[in-house]
Design a protein around this ligand. Structure first.
Ligand SMILES: Cc1cc2nc3c(=O)[nH]c(=O)nc-3n(C[C@H](O)[C@H](O)[C@H](O)COP(=O)(O)OP(=O)(O)OC[C@H]3O[C@@H](n4cnc5c(N)ncnc54)[C@H](O)[C@@H]3O)c2cc1C
Length: 433
């Protein structure tokens, strides 16, 4: 690779990197996209759903019709799992007038490869099997990357890091001092093949419709949750678990996954399904508190590399934030290159635009909820309290019935001091209301 052949180098062909590269190329910037996997998506997995956002449609008209997604989510179930019971809330949307209900399930290997191909078709040079090992700095400004193998150095006035969770490039650029275990979660997932009709029947769907089942509790007190997502002919079953909590409680993620898969909540859904693969991936989960400055001279950070990923207990979002931040990085980067000014002051426009966008606004809106999810009790005592209340509400044992308030007070008294319950209720209210 000849030096200074490119105006911009983007690291990582995930959703953040491919969208950043596509944006830059559409703005006439000569762009190189480097991916360490043998092909885009080879190293990527999630068990999840992509939430609608405008950026990809702006770049690829008809994106939501053309992209290789699997099912459109119409049914969402949130289940609170206790030792001997489970309480679910089911939401179903049959509002067919909405052009797009907002969420689809997809396979990352197929989706990421397709997205990188769109960037390539728009003129981006995509090189796979190429690991970026560090930054090149000229006169205090990032001016290229060091790559593994024989290629050595690629120089360019602009580098965009879309290298995912644990981005060492952002750290090397001095934007953060390193990521800690308590800021991260690990996702473990088992993929099961099952016939399309079987999935439709088991989840109450008709052709093309999808469902998500999410679970709180049932993780032996480890902070985190479980999921079952429907793809066209497969199910993703997994757990997202806080790393520090796993360590404190002394559990291995795959042991918990095995228990989850064999549980009464999941096993019947998997009857007759064939295990295809296991995979694991880290994800940032600490919200705004872990988002560093995302720009410096000659350098921008997008997606998980900047901590732009969260769960608020109701939904997990990361891909939409990655694509939107990648788009904004591409726009700001292209404008800076056009005027020949990639200084830190000029590129700070990226941080500003992110603050105006839903990306940082959503992280701010749910900042308290993200922090709330660090309370152990939500994953141990409270699911048991919910289970105890429901057991008693539905019990019929010849004794006179009690009011819900009295049952709840009794269930709480056995487990959590009333003062702490009140404090938690205030926290929950402030997080969501
Ligand atoms: C189990 C699980 C469930 C999830 N569920 C959801 C969900 O339901 N909805 C949602 O929106 N999000 C979900 N996420 C989060 C989502 O996957 C991420 O937020 C998203 O993938 C971030 O995109 P990205 O492009 O920033 O990073 P990534 O997708 O991680 O892509 C980074 C890319 O950079 C490459 N790379 C890394 N380092 C280098 C290097 N040094 N040189 C070259 N290439 C490099 C990697 O190989 C990879 O291709 C989930 C994640 C997990 C793990």
């Amino acid at each position: 690779m000849a030096a200074t052949e490119f105006d911009a180098v983007v690291v990582g062909a995930g959703p953040a990197g491919s969208i950043a590269a596509l944006t830059l190329s559409q703005k006439g910037v000569k762009t190189l996209l480097l991916e360490r996997g043998e092909r885009p998506g080879a190293k990527n997995m999630f068990g999840g759903t992509l939430a609608w956002c405008p950026a990809p449609e702006e770049l690829i008209p008809g994106f939501w019709e053309k992209a290789p997604w699997e099912r459109e989510v119409v049914r969402r179930v949130l289940t609170v799992v206790a030792e001997t019971s489970a309480t679910s809330m089911v939401f179903r949307s049959d509002d067919v007038d909405r052009p797009f209900r907002g969420r689809v399930t997809l396979f990352r290997p197929a989706f990421d490869a397709w997205l990188a191909a769109q960037a390539q078709a728009a003129g981006v040079t995509v090189v796979c099997g190429c690991t970026v090992e560090g930054l090149v700095v000229c006169g205090g400004r990032v001016c290229g990357v060091r790559v593994g193998g024989s290629d050595g150095v690629v120089e360019a006035p602009l580098v965009v890091a879309g290298d995912g969770a644990l981005s060492f490039l952002a750290q090397e650029a001095g934007l953060h001092a390193g990521v800690h275990a308590e800021q991260m979660a690990v996702g473990v997932r088992a993929l099961y093949a099952l016939e399309e009709d079987e999935i439709d029947g088991r989840f109450g769907l008709v052709r093309g419709q999808g469902a998500t089942n999410e679970y709180l509790g049932g993780t032996e007190g480890v902070r985190g949750g479980g999921f079952v997502y429907t793809q066209t002919e497969s199910l993703s079953v997994g757990l997202v678990l806080h790393l520090d909590s796993l360590k404190t409680r002394g559990f291995a993620p795959y042991d918990l996954l095995e228990r989850f898969v064999g549980s009464v909540h999941v096993a019947p859904l998997l009857r007759g399904a064939q295990l295809v693969e296991y995979s694991a991936h880290l994800l940032p989960e600490a919200g705004l508190s872990m988002v560093p400055r995302l720009s410096t001279s000659g350098f921008l950070v997008a997606g998980d590399a900047g901590g732009l990923c969260y769960t608020n207990g109701l939904t997990q979002e990361g891909m939409n934030l990655a694509m939107t931040s990648g788009h904004l990085a591409g726009l700001v980067g292209a404008e800076a290159l056009e005027v020949g000014d990639v200084s830190a002051a000029r590129l700070a426009a990226y941080d500003r635009r992110l603050r105006e966008s839903f990306v940082l606004r959503d992280l701010k809106t749910y900042d308290r909820a993200i922090k709330l999810l660090r309370r152990d009790r939500l994953f141990s005592d409270y699911p048991e309290v919910v289970g105890a209340i429901m057991e008693q509400l539905y019990a019929s044992d010849g004794a006179p019935k009690r009011r819900v308030g009295s049952i709840a007070r009794g269930a709480l008294r056995d487990r959590i001091p009333i003062r702490e319950t009140l404090a938690d209720l205030i926290r929950i209210g402030r997080s969501y209301l």
